[in-house]
Design a protein around this ligand. Structure first.
Ligand SMILES: Cc1cc2nc3c(=O)[nH]c(=O)nc-3n(C[C@H](O)[C@H](O)[C@H](O)COP(=O)(O)OP(=O)(O)OC[C@H]3O[C@@H](n4cnc5c(N)ncnc54)[C@H](O)[C@@H]3O)c2cc1C
Length: 607
């Protein structure tokens, strides 16, 4: 099955994405316009991205003391991406967008993620600009966001610092008003920032005319002190090069200096940087301090930044999914061609028989089926979440609110589940290649290295787990969890009516009940230390339950044409998930339910 066939099935046959054009916002679109976008992106990814995925891995970004040098292929790929209009695909026509549903935008971007995640396709730039469209002033939108959508400027998100990664309340970057007239700058209240930002992706390069950093910093009060915690955090636009109110470069360099490039395990085509803000390397008007313009209200920075982070988390989930998918396709091809071993007859192996291809061994099929179940299931989840984003933005008020709350609960899963299980898929892809998989002559080791990042950035696995069990399942008196359970129950009821699917419906109903009981048991003492001690096993079990539900949904959509091999494959992948994967949740939930303190209370000295 080609990837495009899978994508089309999920988009149209399962999610009925073409029906979105019944909504006013998408009225100019139809299946043909959606397909045209998918075709264009598939082509650009095939021509400008896929052939250079290894090049950008080998030719790591390098700093010559003045400029960061990237392979020419990266310049060309990103130019083609910007020219396709995808940076502003979901935006209004008035700002040059296509008013494309996010579901179709996410599907179209999946081609780039599979062809070369490392070259990058503007996730940060469009996320940065989308944030400004939601929280910026009219002029900030005009000068910064619109130029990002046009591909003239690119964007970053600067949250992390060397001493503050997961715990953003400890950031040390400070912003002080710039002069007595600081409130009167047309680009927004003007501050001077000083501090160091670590791990900033795409923080320095020559791919665009300018780089627009969105930076979290604290504004000290009159006593020089900052408000502790995240309430004290504000958000600033800090351009690498200063611009006027028309968006033209003024010729002045802002005081943002590259302190160094990080040399990564994977995802090497994108620069990753340590940036020094305001150290005086590029003084502005004779003074040290990076010029930054406040976005929104002081103290509201993290709230604004969540706009970008939530979007980025779904984007990261898609990245992890597509890296898994790339490995699945490569190992499937390899398994069909590699002869090794002989068939197992009733009397064992017969050395006189000709060799068989490894795809004929049951264990290889197990590994292929696991990859299919992880990656296609995960793709379905990402598209389901994207469809919720469209519902949130274009649905009736009560549907939009329901979609918002479901997204709150599902976002930690959409980000973390593929990061763990599509990474496992990459490991299985290496295993199928045997020794060849462990060499750089085949692409699968790079997919694994590229994918290894996804459990770390945009909130680590541990942080996603705390968010899910510590916040999301409890928020609004557990309404999000109830909504999700309601959707799962509706699927269970439909599946009960189909003989082939009824056993899975019963299994999912039991899993759902177990998750509910465990959630209550985890919090039964009201002590966060106990409830959250096993948050990651909870995340894993919750994720597997969600994926079982998604597979049952997919199986229901596949059911009518079950003689077709593609549909048969989906039904059998569902069977695999329910027989080999879902039973794992019992062990994960047990330690959560009993609030097992084996790990939490293990004495440090005993390690
Ligand atoms: C390649 C790359 C690209 C990145 N891009 C960006 C970017 O563009 N912009 C940006 O701002 N940041 C970026 N990051 C930073 C990334 O978001 C952080 O690395 C991540 O949030 C973790 O922070 P840390 O590295 O300081 O690890 P730490 O926060 O020190 O975490 C170390 C370990 O401790 C665990 N841990 C921490 N706190 C807790 C807790 N309370 N309970 C349980 N466990 C805990 C973590 O889960 C983790 O396993 C990037 C990172 C990398 C590696």
């Amino acid at each position: 099955m080609s990837y495009r066939q899978t994508l089309d099935f999920l988009l149209y046959q399962w999610l009925a994405a073409d029906a979105l054009n019944e909504r006013e916002r998408f009225a100019d679109h139809n299946r043909e316009t959606f397909d045209a976008v998918l075709d264009t992106c598939e082509r650009i990814a095939r021509e400008k991205y896929a052939p250079f995925n290894r090049t950008v891995d080998i030719e790591e970004p390098r700093f010559d003391g003045e400029k960061v040098i990237l392979p020419q292929a990266t310049h060309e790929a990103q130019k083609a991406y910007a020219a396709s209009g995808m940076l502003s695909a979901a935006q209004d026509y008035e700002v040059g967008g296509m008013q494309l549903p996010y579901t179709v935008e996410a599907a179209a971007n999946s081609f780039f993620a599979m062809a070369s995640i490392s070259i990058g396709s503007g996730l940060l730039t469009s996320g940065n600009a989308n944030l400004l469209m939601a929280h910026g002033t009219d002029l900030q939108k005009e000068v910064f966001a619109k130029n990002e959508f046009a591909g003239r400027f690119s964007g970053t998100m600067c949250l992390s610092e060397p001493q503050a990664g997961s715990s953003l309340s400890d950031i040390a970057t400070r912003a002080l008003p710039d002069g007595t007239d600081y409130q009167n700058d047309p680009l927004g209240p003007r501050y001077r920032l000083k501090g160091n930002k670590m791990w900033i992706s795409a923080g320095e390069h020559e791919l665009t005319e300018n780089i627009i950093h969105l930076v979290l910093a604290k504004i000290p009060g009159p006593d020089g002190k900052t408000i502790p915690g995240t309430r004290g955090i504000s958000l600033f636009i800090v351009p690498k090069k200063l611009v006027d109110t028309q968006g033209q470069l003024t010729g002045e360099r802002n005081d943002v200096a590259l302190a160094g490039l990080n040399h990564k395990c994977g995802w090497r085509g994108t620069t990753n940087t340590l940036l020094n803000f305001g150290e005086g390397k590029y003084p502005v008007r004779g003074e040290a301090g990076a010029v930054g313009y406040l976005v929104g209200q002081p103290g509201q920075g993290l709230r604004c930044m969540f706009h970008m982070m939530n979007e980025a988390r779904i984007g990261i989930g898609m990245a992890a999914t597509m890296l898994g998918m790339a490995g699945y396709q490569a190992s499937l091809e390899y398994a069909k061609n590699r002869p090794q071993g002989r068939p197992m007859g009733p009397a064992g192996k017969d050395a006189a028989q000709p060799q068989i291809r490894i795809i004929e061994h049951a264990d290889i099929k197990r590994m292929l089926l696991a990859q299919k179940a992880y990656c296609e299931g995960s793709l379905a989840l990402q598209l389901y979440c994207a469809r919720l984003v469209d519902e949130q933005h274009s649905g009736k008020p009560e549907d939009a609110d329901e979609a918002r709350l479901l997204l709150e609960v599902l976002t930690p899963i959409a980000k973390s589940w593929p990061s763990e299980w599509c990474l496992e898929a990459n490991s299985l892809a290496i295993q199928i290649h045997g020794g060849y998989g462990y060499t750089r002559d085949f692409p699968v080791e790079q997919y694994w290295r590229d994918n290894r990042l996804n459990m770390i950035h945009e909130g680590t696995h541990g942080i996603q787990a705390l968010d899910l069990l510590g916040r999301k399942v409890l928020m609004e008196e557990g309404r999000g969890l109830q909504l999700l359970a309601g959707r799962m129950t509706a699927t269970i009821q439909r599946a009960q009516a189909q003989a082939e699917l009824a056993p899975y419906a019963a299994q999912l109903a039991q899993a759902l009940q177990q998750v509910g009981t465990t959630t209550r048991a985890a919090w039964s003492t009201g002590r966060p230390g106990e409830a959250l001690a096993n948050a990651v096993p909870y995340l894993q079990a919750f994720g597997h339950t969600v994926l079982a539900w998604i597979w049952l949904e997919v199986a229901l959509a596949a059911q009518p044409d079950s003689q077709d091999m593609a549909q048969r494959g989906r039904l059998l992948a569902t069977r695999f998930f329910f027989r080999y994967e879902l039973p794992k949740i019992g062990a994960w939930l047990k330690v959560v339910e009993s609030r097992d303190m084996t790990c939490a209370e293990f004495p440090e000295e005993a390690f």
